[in-house]
Design a protein around this ligand. Sequence first.
Ligand code: MTE
Length: 317
Amino acid sequence: MLIRKRRGWEIPESAATEEALFHDRRRLLKGVAAGSILASGLAGLRGIRPAFAEDAVTRNPRYTLDRPITDAKYSTTYNNFYEFGPDKTVSDAAQALKTEPWTIKIEGMVEKPITIGVDDLLKRVGGTEERLYRHRCVETWSMAVPWTGFALSKLVDMAKPLGSATYLKMTTFMDPAMAPEQNKFFYPWPYVEGLTMAEARNDLAFLVTGMYGKPVPKQDGAPLRLAVPWKYGFKSVKSIVSFEFTDKRPNTFWEALQSSEYGFWANVNPDVPHPRWSQATERVLGTDERRPTLMWNGYGEYVADMYKGLTKERLFV
Ligand code: MTE
């Protein structure tokens, strides 16, 4: 973000998938899966984990969209994943990410620290559901995505944090041999993000394991990433290996790099410009249209109450 920006509106294509078409595609996928051809076919594709590919997920009707779902060809090829490069075209480079096995630590101020594989974690939280979420990058591009996953609050409940824990710190893998950009000393690796305990317990905070009814591709943060859609996209940390409960506010990756431009809170607000550009409008990936950005990215009814009284905080940077 800080180094070089190429924005969504530079993408020339204009078609976004209509939801009905997307459903048809999913029905087709399910039908093929029933014939158990899909698992063997998908196993040969990059980043696809057949164990998840056959799971049927139920869509949670609570979260609806005001725009069409973004076609996967945009959301899986126009990415931010700085571990694999500063450009948006990191999807090929990100295939170097080794996701199996994948172990997650739940640590810090908890009753009992846990180390658990991602598949076991999914069983412990009772499986997954699908949610349609908007995603708004601080760079002003946006997308609308059917994520598969589970509420972060389920992991919080499982972790049994101590009453003194006030923040949840989430950290991405650190492996400079696998992710060459992690050799660059001017970045504060590994990528760290954080939420308050109230934010982590908010039902909208979602841990993602899939996208478009399939396992989440490596470039989008396999095998486990965050989606906090009322915040700018950099808060949605990818490829998480650690959840640490703490009483210290985490020094997050972008805040450590440039705190005047990327803060801890990073809530979406069209009326608070980034120091170098307006946040009033956004470009949906795969379209030529600019649309007005919504306060809290349209999720105020779920989240605004959490911020009442925090008048001294830079809530929108
Ligand atoms: N997580 C890690 N580990 N590394 C990153 O570079 N980029 C962030 C966020 N999570 C990033 C990350 C930013 S700036 C955005 S906008 C989203 O991931 C992009 O997610 P997407 O590529 O799936 O659209």
